[in-house]
Design a binder for this molecule. Structure first.
Ligand code: PPS
Length: 304
């Protein structure tokens, strides 16, 4: 079938959703686990920029911003190809080269803008050895899990999400793909001073896009005028990206992204969790959050 790849264990195509397999204690999509050696031995270059996130934290948004910074705000240049071709997904290994981030990366010259959802301890060693700049984006867990739930309905390679209450429970237990949100955000937070990591929040990007784009620009060593930064903010607004076929994943076939279930750029809001969490779920989540985050105070905002 067009654009499909094997799912580890099934021996078939993507007729079935992938299952998760542990890699060093982190549940990853089966095909990623199967090809883990290739991910582990990935060769990074010093000029590469890594955009690391737990799923649904604003990866695509940040990718678009970084590509626009690299291209001095030139909208035509960033419309050269869809997001996943311009800025491959590091661990997304697949026999089909058009879907394999790793295969694409092997053919690209640095500086490359690389997407990953890997927790910090699973990043390939050469990223550290090369001293790559890492932009980490974190999103509050309630909006993250809601976005992830909708995404798992629409992305037919992801494991079946099942009912919301059980899904929320699996998120809190770190059993969804790429593991524990709590460990993920804490892992990068604890290393950010020692390593070359710019730690950003989705909520800040939403509230102060100009300021956050400037931060990214300075981190990457660019000096663009206020006018260009303003243009980048406009080009990367939710509405602009939703209407941009090179930034909205509309090129991914319906056999993989079921758009009847959800759009990739779905709502793009802070606080949508209020439409999904019951009062009881919220209370249980809050109690769990306090315990899970007790060893690390990261200033998450659940509303802006
Ligand atoms: S993925 O699949 O993990 O790479 O997804 P990711 O890109 O990290 O996150 C998708 C969510 O980010 C929202 N999004 C945006 N919000 C605001 N502004 C812009 N420009 C933007 N672009 C993407 C997207 O809509 C998903 O969030 P939800 O809450 O589901 O709408």
């Amino acid at each position: 079938m067009d654009g499909r790849m094997e799912c580890s264990g099934s021996g078939k195509g993507w007729e079935t959703r992938c299952s998760l397999q542990d890699v060093q204690g982190i549940p990853l999509l089966g095909p990623i686990a199967t090809h883990w050696k290739r991910v582990e031995t990935f060769k990074a270059f010093p000029e590469d920029v890594i955009i690391a996130t737990y799923p649904k934290a604003g990866t695509t948004w940040t990718q678009e911003i970084v590509d626009l910074i690299f291209n001095h705000g030139d909208a035509d240049k960033v419309r050269r190809a869809p997001t996943h071709f311009r800025m491959p997904f590091l661990e997304m290994t697949a026999p089909n080269p058009t879907l394999s981030g790793l295969t694409q990366l092997e053919t690209m010259e640095p500086p490359r803008i690389i997407k990953t959802h890997l927790p910090i301890q699973l990043l390939p060693n050469t990223i550290w050895e090369a001293g790559c700049k890492i932009i980490y984006v974190a999103r509050n867990p309630k909006d993250s899990v809601v976005s992830y739930f909708h995404f798992d309905h629409m992305n037919l390679i992801q494991p079946e999400p099942g009912p919301w209450p059980q899904y929320l429970d699996r998120f809190m237990k770190g059993k969804l793909g790429w593991g524990s949100w709590y460990d993920h955000v804490k892992g990068y937070w604890k290393e950010k001073e020692k390593k070359n990591i710019l730690y950003l929040f989705y909520e800040d990007m939403k509230e102060y896009p100009f300021r956050e784009i400037q931060k990214i620009m300075e981190f990457l060593g660019y000096q663009l005028s206020g006018e260009v930064v303003g243009k980048i903010a406009q080009l990367t607004s939710f509405a602009a990206m939703q209407g941009n076929p090179m930034a909205n994943y509309s090129s991914v076939p319906d056999t993989i992204f079921n758009r009847q279930a959800s759009q990739f750029l779905r709502k793009g809001e802070v606080g949508d969790w209020q439409n999904h969490f019951s009062a009881e779920e919220d209370a249980a989540f809050e109690a769990h959050y306090i315990t899970a985050m007790a060893d690390c105070s990261i200033p998450f905002r659940f509303l802006i």
